[in-house]
Ligand binder design. Structure first.
Ligand code: NAD
Ligand code: AHE
Ligand code: ZN
Length: 369
């Protein structure tokens, strides 16, 4: 079949909206009509060419929601008409990772996913007869996409796709990192570095956890009003200080924070986020994604003296078993998706969504098909 899609033909170039060919789903696969998709910084990261797993040409996009159109052979858990959120972190329930009870990372389709391929090692997308790669197992920048059954969460059909698509990545990642990775408790002091969709979701999670103080840090002061309205108690611009930001936070908090979250993808800020944690128990969670070749560093003494460095993917959330519940929370108001949606536009204008993100003017742009 034909599908409108925004194709990343080359790294560093704008997407091109063209009509691609989409093959029917094969065994264990599902054809999904995407209703809406958010644009996450990770899409921009991969498009920039900095992603070691970036392959081109590809259909990017990993923050979508839609409806099942057709299922391939052997698919039993989904049927046409089911409402779904595609998962870049699959949940097969059978691999060593899924069975461990220790992680949301699933190995079932991850190897082929990282090469831009379906689990059988081929692609379902092509343009003028040339194969187009998939992305993160989701490729939500195509109106019709093919996704592995294990990479789809079945959700309440009443849920509004143009909002709950944000649970496909950003909001789930931030809220999940607070509850599942850090396990923030009532009264804790939290520092959030980077106030995009991920950082603001961390703030929302920290408010849910009844954190005592939520310090929001960004070099763009234009982000502070929204951060405060969502529950930040203090806003700090590193540019307003002539000493390292970690020293500023340590002084503000009588020795450091209980938890910090890096939501930017900057390895220097990752160091600052660790070093602003309290001696003896402070924990820093890396959420931001850094480019090929980048490495983190700190004095080992920072860890010897009790600080802990962690990372979090998709907020530690197991997509098939836990995301449907988060959709219910969004429908009941326990999770508020509205503040994240700053812009909406059709697929044809998707490059504007990237521009708005780079200019620091948007939190999330939702593309509606
Ligand atoms: P975004 O671009 O919307 O937000 C980033 C924010 O960081 C902006 O407000 C920007 O002004 C701020 N910033 C940039 N440099 C800064 C600095 N030096 N100091 C302080 N603030 C600074 O991005 P996003 O969509 O919120 O994504 C944030 C990061 O999280 C990206 O790296 C993305 O790839 C990553 N991410 C990771 C996961 C995961 O599962 N681990 C999931 C989603 C996104
Ligand atoms: N491909 C990159 C890594 C990218 C990355 O870390 N992705 C996050 C999700 S970002 C969503 O916006 C993630 O979940 N990672 C775990 C995983 O299995 O991909 C690289 O460096 O190669
Ligand atoms: Zn994302």
């Amino acid at each position: 079949m034909k599908s409108r899609a925004a194709v990343a033909f080359e790294a560093g170039q704008p997407l091109q909206v063209v009509e691609i060919d989409v093959e029917p789903p094969r065994a264990g696969e599902v054809l999904v009509k995407i209703d809406a998709t958010g644009v996450c910084h990770t899409d921009a990261f991969t498009l920039s060419g900095d992603d070691p797993e970036g392959v081109f040409p590809a259909v990017l996009g990993h923050e979508g929601a839609g409806v099942v159109v057709e299922v391939g052979e052997g698919v039993t858990s989904l049927k046409p008409g089911d409402h779904v959120i595609p998962l870049y972190t699959a949940e097969c329930g059978e691999c060593k990772f899924c069975k461990s009870g220790k992680t949301n990372l699933c190995s079932s389709v991850r190897a082929t996913q990282g090469k831009g391929l379906m689990p059988d090692g081929t692609t379902r997308f092509s343009y003028n007869g040339q194969p187009i790669y998939h992305y993160m197992g989701t490729s939500t920048f195509s109106e019709y996409t093919v996704v592995a059954e294990v990479s789809l969460a079945k959700i309440n059909p009443e849920a509004p796709s143009e909002k709950v698509c944000l649970l496909g990545c950003g909001v789930t990642t931030g809220i999940g990192a607070v509850h599942n990775t850090a396990k923030v408790k009532e009264g804790d002091t939290v520092a959030v570095f980077g106030l995009g969709g991920i950082g603001l979701a961390v703030i929302q999670g920290a408010v849910q956890a009844k954190a005592g103080r939520i310090i929001a840090i960004d070099t763009n002061p234009g982000k502070f009003e929204l951060a405060k309205s969502m529950g930040a108690t203090d806003c700090v611009n590193p540019k307003d200080h002539d000493k390292p930001i970690q020293e500023v936070i340590v002084e503000m908090t009588d020795g450091g924070v209980d938890f910090s979250f890096e939501c930017i993808g900057n390895v220097n800020v990752m160091r600052a986020a660790l070093e602003c944690c309290h001696k003896g128990w402070g924990e820093s969670v890396i959420i931001g994604v850094a480019g090929a070749g980048q490495e983190i560093s700190t004095r080992p003494f920072q860890l010897v003296t009790g600080r802990v460095w962690r990372g979090s993917a998709f907020g530690g959330v197991k997509g098939r078993s836990q995301l449907p519940g988060m959709v219910e929370q969004a429908m009941s108001g326990e999770i508020d998706l509205d503040p994240f949606i700053t812009h909406e536009m059709p697929l044809e204008r998707i490059n504007e969504a990237f521009d708005l993100m780079h200019e620091g003017k948007s939190i999330r742009t939702v593309i509606r098909y």
